[in-house]
Design a binder for this molecule. Structure first.
Ligand SMILES: *Cc1c(COP(=O)(O)O)cnc(C)c1O
Length: 473
């Protein structure tokens, strides 16, 4: 640190006369900042300020002390603002991985807060006073909701698949259809996870067609298990053939081999009952004979980030004994939130109202379109005469790889620059301005316009209120 702490008096044409750090720290308006930010942070801010001023060759005469104090205050406010901000997700993707996936119901938030405020029986059996198993807190609920014998929880579904492969198939072969070697969000690829977990991938069939005999021919002395992966973010259409879970299970069990299924989104209810397209459930898989099923906690389940494994008691017990389980285990926040969410599933009739994910997915088009019409004028006023805003129908998607083909009728505020000249820049300026708002607004660009899909807009008033601050300069 070379910032001088006394008034600089270097002679010459570029002489800079700035007050010392101590002098600035003693200004009443600056000293006032100590209780809020602490002395070290304020000192650091003052130093950086003076250094910047020196670079810009400010003269002492230019400097109003009150201006300096205010500027230090602003710098500290910005510097201490949390980096994790809440945003308006108007991307039309309900379970947006980059925007944090599922929103939790109030019941879960209350449970998490309580568990964070006070000690809790995370690993403590209140009946016996003995050490307990943290997964036991939600195991019964998961068994009840999936029909499985046992369950365990890890950090996310990628970890669940990893733990299952590492436990059940080290240095042995795992047979998977070529049509199911998926990549999810760039960093989760079945072949890579398999390799890292120490298992050997044995691909069978072709991209579009895999038959039972393909699996049968691949089974040998080194086979550890057969695996099914839910092709969650794409669909192979046309001349296709896949092996049904129950057929695969029959074959596998004849050879005394377990079946592992990575279900991905893993809805715990039949989505068709809520007017949504069918998505396979862990209950279906367990009923078909799958020995171990994994799915995410923060996709269609609508809970916290977690990986859920349900299945045969003996296999779950083996997973728990793997030292990696300790490295992948979840904290009390996750278990508290998960339990609260799972409890909502006991009342399926109220679920669409109480579980935010399902509420957003089932939000009627008429409701969204009405919101768009209500907000049209505010957005047009904020954008000014250079842009034209209109209400248009669009399609939302579920996201997080669930139901790739399914689309949900929705409505959007669509903003287009009026002039073709410089339209690209004008559109980028608009996106930037919306992202720079106190609660950033995230939409998407399509056909030369910015689309704000209002399906996930809960607080219209808050959205409209901050639009006046939009700076399109
Ligand atoms: C989403 C998904 C994963 C990864 O789950 P995370 O909870 O994001 O780790 C793995 N497999 C499938 C099929 C998925 O859809």
């Amino acid at each position: 640190m070379t910032a001088p702490t006394s008034v600089s008096s270097v002679p010459g044409p570029n002489a800079v006369h700035l007050p010392s750090v101590d002098h600035v720290l003693n200004l009443p308006a600056v000293a006032e900042l100590f209780p809020r930010y602490g002395r070290p942070a304020v000192t650091q801010a003052v130093r950086e300020h003076l250094q910047a001023l020196r670079q810009y060759r400010f003269q002492l005469a230019d400097l109003e002390e009150s201006f300096l104090a205010r500027s230090v205050d602003e710098w500290l406010t910005q510097n201490h603002a949390p980096r994790l901000k809440t945003v308006f997700n108007l991307t039309g993707t309900v379970l947006h991985t980059n925007l944090g996936r599922a929103l939790l119901p109030d019941e879960a938030i209350v449970a998490v807060t309580a568990a964070l405020h006070a000690p809790c029986n995370l690993e403590y059996d209140l009946k016996t006073g003995a050490r307990g198993e943290r997964d036991a807190l939600v195991e019964n609920l998961l068994c009840e909701l999936t029909g499985a014998e046992a369950a365990t929880i890890v950090n996310n579904n990628a970890a669940a698949v990893f733990l299952a492969l590492n436990t059940l198939a080290p240095r042995r072969e795992v047979v998977v259809s070529r049509g199911e070697l998926v990549e999810i969000g760039g960093s989760f690829r079945i072949p890579d996870i398999m390799k890292q977990a120490g298992a050997k991938l044995c691909e069978v069939g072709t991209t579009n067609r895999t038959h039972l005999r393909d699996f049968e021919q691949a089974i040998g002395p080194r086979t550890a298990l057969l695996m099914k992966v839910h092709a969650s973010n794409y669909r192979i259409e046309g001349f296709t053939a896949a092996v049904a879970a129950h057929e695969l299970c029959d074959l596998s069990h004849r050879h005394q081999l377990p079946v592992l299924e990575d279900l991905g989104a893993g809805s715990l209810v039949n989505l068709e009952d809520y007017g949504l397209p069918h998505e396979p459930t862990p209950r279906d898989s367990i009923a078909a004979g799958v020995d171990l099923v994994s799915f995410s906690g923060d996709k269609l389940l609508g809970g916290p980030q977690a990986g859920v494994l349900v299945g045969r008691r003996e296999l779950i017990a083996r997973l728990r004994k793997n030292p990696l389980k300790r490295a992948l285990r979840v904290g009390k926040e996750t278990l508290a939130a998960l339990e609260a969410v799972l409890l909502l599933y006991r009342n399926p009739e109220a679920l669409a109202e109480r579980l935010p994910t399902l509420r957003l997915l089932t939000r009627p088009h008429t409701d969204i379109a009405a919101a768009a019409r209500r907000l049209l004028a505010s957005l047009q006023a904020a954008c000014g005469a250079c842009y034209e805003v209109e209400v248009r129908d669009c399609m939302s998607q579920i996201g997080s790889g669930s139901l790739p083909v399914a689309q949900l009728p929705s409505a959007a505020l669509v903003t287009q620059p009026r002039s073709r000249k410089g339209a690209g820049q004008a559109l980028a300026r608009l996106e930037d301005a919306l992202r720079a708002l106190p609660m950033p607004v995230i939409g998407y660009v399509r056909d030369g316009a910015l689309w704000l899909d209002l399906r996930c807009l809960a607080d219209e008033a808050a959205f409209a209120a901050q639009l006046a601050q939009m700076d399109l300069a």
